[in-house]
Design a protein. Structure first.
Length: 554
């Protein structure tokens, strides 16, 4: 029979562990440990504690920040998973210096970082600038829609929430009445067998638990309606959320979610995040201004605003950011913006062979009516459709989200309801609307029109094409490699802190990668110094040492 080594799992081992030796040079954990321990000021966290004379000693904030950042880099978003890692993983033990903070300690610490995390973020930008990781020539902006720690079922307008409250209260009354009837029936049949009594007790407990849940829902919904105001959007009221009212309901390619739109402004040289912020709005047509302002504040706080200025820098963003408000913000700051409209690829001859960019008239689909099918009556300042119905002037001057200026003409609702050309008409909906540009010659007078003319120039297409390589890998790293697929905190301040922590993880990883290169350069420099010293020693030695000189001179 074969013989095997004896494995006795009852034996005890004493293993000496040096915590510092677990943080190998060139790794992300070493970069986080070194930079936070040596380069980040401790004064940002001093006002969090008031135990100078009384109270138990607190966990060092540097240690908590290191554990949280490294945990986020491993996809450990939950505070309970961080607590468990500090007890089981040797790398986390090294970062926590053998301490075992409770999960509530981590959660409470992140909740208190609002404002302070911005200072830490700016200090890391200063370190990146000192290491030569910032170029300051091309900034690119993009966003990532992530679920919030809130249910979208608790969303709705105030009228919807009031209707929901009435339904909950009606159901609660019904449950209470049924519970009372059950009590009366049990009192009458109190002399029956014990098995029936046990079954009745179980049903009673379930009924009481259901009543308590409905009561809590009713109280929470009533308190929310009494303590909050309706959220107004650009045109109408938007949905509020009882659990996290700062979040919003957003439509994505994977469905509808209740969450935040996490924004990041990225530098082109080494993909360092200049500014990050979690927005409570799904649409991007208002986010450029706050992001540029936040980036300017970070650069000013880091003390590098003189070296890296936003004025004149190339700025790129995708077509979701194409709006008059965003373009006006770019013009105010002075950035050289490249933000195309949604139809820019249809005007690009390089995409002429792609099916989705081929005009519908060339796809053998029913041709839609265009402006050329409507006749204009100058005397009455109105238009007539192919069926002879009149579209009257509704607004002499109106703007769309992209800043274009139009005159708006609308048809009567009853004229469009039974029209045989309804499916081919110029616009779907109950009332057909014509938007006539105020400048009939289509000269670029607005910011949106000027941007369209700028994007269509052949020499500007490669500039915008760089956006894909600058900002998209950053979100791929954060969401896929680092496991950031949802927010675990509630409220914009805490959610924004968590997003900035993930942006810090990305920047620390860039510093760790650059640190490896710097170490290689340092070793080469050390070799050159030793080489020069040996050559000087050989020159002073007697004898024929030319072969050795040739070797060291290479």
């Amino acid at each position: 029979m074969p013989r095997f080594k004896v494995c006795d799992y009852r034996q005890k081992l004493m293993i000496p562990v040096s915590l510092e030796e677990q943080l190998l040079s060139g790794t992300l954990e070493h970069a986080i440990h070194y930079l936070i321990e040596e380069r980040i000021e401790d004064s940002w966290f001093e006002d969090l504690y008031a135990n100078d004379e009384t109270g138990a000693p607190a966990y060092p904030p540097r240690m908590l920040l290191k554990v949280i950042l490294f945990g986020y880099s491993r996809g450990l978003i939950s505070s309970r998973k961080l607590e468990r890692a500090c007890r089981e993983n040797v790398t986390f033990m090294a970062l926590s210096c053998g301490e075992h903070p409770d999960h509530s300690t981590f959660a409470d610490f992140v909740g208190k970082l609002d404002g302070r995390i911005t200072a830490v973020f700016s200090e890391v930008l200063l370190i990146c600038h000192g290491e030569g990781l910032l170029g300051g020539s091309h900034f690119s902006l993009d966003g990532l829609k992530l679920p919030a720690n809130a249910s979208r079922e608790n969303s709705g307008t105030f009228s919807d929430l009031r209707h929901k409250l009435k339904k909950i209260e009606a159901k609660l009354k019904e449950k209470i009445a049924a519970h009372a009837r059950q009590d009366r029936a049990e009192r009458k049949a109190s002399k029956r067998q014990d098995a029936a009594e046990d079954e009745g007790d179980l049903e009673r407990r379930r009924s009481e638990a259901s009543i308590e849940r409905l009561r809590r829902k009713s109280e929470r919904l009533r308190e929310f309606l009494a303590g909050n105001e309706p959220k107004q959007g650009a045109r109408q009221e938007v949905q509020s959320n009882v659990t996290d009212n700062d979040s919003c309901r957003m439509h994505t390619s994977h469905g509808t979610l209740q969450g935040y739109n996490a924004q990041a402004l990225v530098d082109s040289r080494h993909q360092i995040i200049i500014h990050g912020e979690a927005m409570g709005a799904g649409q991007d047509y208002r986010h450029v201004g706050p992001m540029l302002e936040g980036a300017a504040d970070n650069l000013e706080w880091a003390g590098i605003a003189d070296d890296i200025t936003l004025a004149g820098v190339t700025f790129s963003a995708d077509c979701n950011y194409h709006s008059h408000e965003n373009l006006a913000a770019c013009a105010q700051v002075g950035v050289d913006a490249y933000i195309p409209d949604t139809n820019f690829r249809k005007r690009d001859p390089r995409f002429a062979t792609q099916e989705r960019h081929v005009p519908k008239a060339e796809r053998n689909e029913p041709r839609r009516l265009g402006l050329e099918h409507f006749s204009y009556d100058e005397a009455t300042d109105s238009y007539r459709c192919p069926k002879g119905k009149v579209l009257r002037l509704e607004a002499a001057t109106t703007f769309d989200q992209r800043g274009n200026v139009y005159r708006r003409y609308q048809a009567a609702r009853e004229d469009c309801e039974r029209c045989p050309l309804r499916e081919q008409c110029i616009q779907r909906g109950t009332r057909r609307t014509l938007h006539i540009p105020k400048n009939g010659d289509h000269t670029p007078t607005t910011l949106a029109q000027q941007m369209r003319s700028k994007i269509d120039l052949p020499e500007n297409k490669p500039i915008y094409a760089r956006r894909l390589a600058i900002v998209e890998p950053v979100f791929a790293n954060i969401r896929t490699a680092k496991g950031m697929n949802r927010f675990t905190y509630r409220g914009k301040d805490k959610v924004n802190t968590q997003w900035l922590l993930y942006c810090l993880v990305h920047n620390f990883e860039k510093l760790a990668g650059y640190g490896v290169k710097w170490l290689q350069k340092g070793n080469l420099l050390l070799f050159r110094l030793v080489q020069a010293s040996l050559l000087r020693a050989l020159r002073s030695c007697p004898g024929n040492l030319s072969p050795f000189r040739s070797i060291f001179a290479q």
